[in-house]
Design a protein around this ligand. Structure first.
Ligand SMILES: [Zn+2]
Length: 277
């Protein structure tokens, strides 16, 4: 595997690094690409000094860990987990804020259900391999099997669910992961209020070309209250918030399509591996 782990400081820290290190180099390793005019014409350059190790990133701010199709988790990433009442698990450090959010949402008369949270590398690998097998069985040409599978299930190491900082929340009255989820009162409440508890809607509809992920009006990501407030106020996505170094780089590999959200995934019963990216 030649997955580049690119963990990036954010905000002022990144700005300071950029100011101190104006020299830049083109990204090496395996970085992604996106279809689109800008991506096809520009090579984004990233200052070497902005690329930090996992340890530095964790020290800098674990809440801003970036995991996306171009930024895999370190293989030895470990997280202390806390278990929710339904048996799913999250990073223990977000438990209190998550609990506050769900409690207040319920106090508003709503019924949010966490249907997917932390996943292990083994779980993600199993999901991905299962998808590869199904795609292969459907008759897709062998040289396209993995790319097609990755449109639906994140490759192991690149699912934000492996951080313990992401979770999928649905309305009890509509437990389907599709765009209609956004119309539920639960999602309306979460989209309006989740930032107060440190969570953001991670894959907004208009940011797919930057996140690489289709609209998912159920996938929330903990980034901490300060970052969530700023992201909510300015309307950016996490990659934009983290700065240029976190944006998808246009480079030498062929463009890959934005992965659309899987349209219909019933959640009864509700195994933690049912959900999305
Ligand atoms: Zn999700």
């Amino acid at each position: 595997m030649n997955i580049r782990t690119n963990l990036i400081r954010a905000g002022a820290a990144l700005a300071a690094v950029l100011a101190l290190a104006p020299s830049a180099l083109a990204l090496g390793g395996r970085v992604g690409d996106l279809a689109g005019p800008a991506a096809q014409t520009a090579v984004r350059r990233i200052p070497a000094a902005s690329l930090t190790t996992a340890a530095q990133q964790t020290e800098a701010d674990w809440r801003l860990l970036l995991v996306n199709p171009w930024n895999a988790l370190p293989e030895d990433y470990e997280v202390e987990l806390a278990t929710l009442s339904n048996g799913l698990q999250v990073d223990a450090r977000i438990y209190d804020d998550l609990n506050d959010m769900l409690t207040d949402c319920r106090a508003a008369g709503l019924e949010p259900i966490v249907c997917s949270a932390y996943r292990t590398q083994a779980t993600q690998t199993r999901l991905y391999n299962n998808k590869v097998a199904r795609v292969r069985a459907s008759g897709v040409p062998e040289d396209q099997v993995e790319a097609e599978a990755a449109r639906w299930v994140a490759k192991p190491g690149t699912s934000e669910h492996q951080t313990g900082l992401a979770l999928d929340i649905v309305a009890a009255s509509y437990q389907i992961l599709d765009e209609k989820q956004e119309d539920t009162a639960e999602q309306q409440w979460l989209m309006e209020n989740s930032w107060k508890y440190g969570f953001i809607l991670r894959y907004p509809s208009e940011k797919s070309d930057i996140t690489g992920i289709g609209y998912e009006p159920w996938h929330y990501r903990y980034v901490g209250k300060a970052a969530a407030a700023e992201i909510h106020r300015t309307g950016v996505c996490l990659e934009e918030y983290l700065g240029e170094a976190a944006l998808p780089a246009a480079e030498l590999t062929p463009a890959q399509p934005v992965r659309p959200a899987e349209v219909v995934r019933p959640l009864e019963p509700v195994p933690p591996e049912t959900a999305d990216i």
